[in-house]
Write a protein that binds this ligand. Sequence first.
Ligand code: GSH
Length: 347
Amino acid sequence: MAQAARALWPVGHALAWRLGSRLPSGLPAQSRVGFAGAAGGPGPAATARKGSPRLLGAAALALGGVLGLYHTARWHLRAQDLRAQRSAAQLSLSSRLQLTLYQYKTCPFCSKVRAFLDFHALPYQVVEVNPVRRAEIKFSSYRKVPILLAQEGESLQQLNDSSVIISALKTYLVSGQPLEHIITYYPPMKAVNDQGKEVTEFCNKYWLMLDEKEAQRMYGGKEARTEEMKWRQWADDWLVHLISPNVYRTPAEALASFDYIVREGKFGALEGAVAKYMGAAAMYLISKRLKSRHHLQDDVREDLYEAADKWVAAVGKDRPFMGGEKPNLADLPWYLRMEKAIAEAPQ
Ligand SMILES: N[C@@H](CCC(=O)N[C@@H](CS)C(=O)NCC(=O)O)C(=O)O
């Protein structure tokens, strides 16, 4: 059980920024856009391939035991297949795009996007955003990360929200429709959440805009498509809410989490010191509120283990990924398996 939990989200400490943040003030007219990249530093695929031998990763190797070895052999064979399958059309589409990802390195939503980009071998520049000043995203009225700027010839598109980024880019790679056109299918909408705050959501964000033939080619059937959507949403609506209460569970854990966030993020020296201690104290308290808001158990680890078990059971024993032999868009929470799949993805 605990092993399964460790196979999930890489770190996700930076949820602090999400949960403790202001709401976006509005969205640019063209805004829409978002996989678990290993780290998210300057380099894309290369960074992910380096991997991070963190706590969450190591135990996952034990997950399959003998089965793992068996799958490893199959993965190698399958990777060769995947390379062969990658169409020339997709390669030329991806080479037309110039991508810039605005991110906090430790943000789980940004990690999701990096894993997607890395797996699809889409080259991208990373701009690390200072979480205090956020000057790097001054150009945007959407005030969260990830934000992806996509330049395709003369057209520059801003994509907001990790799930929109992933759905829009996947649609682009599969259908070849212009990105400019695709993003109109994911319009932002304002809503008021349970706490009475105005929030921005994006329509259709788990849905790929494909025609029947494309959908059939990609999923092979309706069930696989629905399953992918369901679990993508589950990761955003449930799994992610387990992170803060778990990583800020005790004062010592909150401090360790913030130490990591500050070390990996972009902070000035003073900012970093203040953020570390103030952030840890604030998030320790906030995480208790989040625990009750999301009706978590007294021991929040139990919820994490249960979520991991649920996911592992949903994938089942007969396939390494929910997508079958290769990952689909719901497979983002895997850590080591995704890292391996990225390393073996066709380049
Ligand atoms: N639904 C969004 C959530 C993005 C989000 O909440 N990002 C956090 C960072 S983890 C953020 O930028 N918060 C605002 C801030 O730091 O001011 C997505 O999937 O991209």
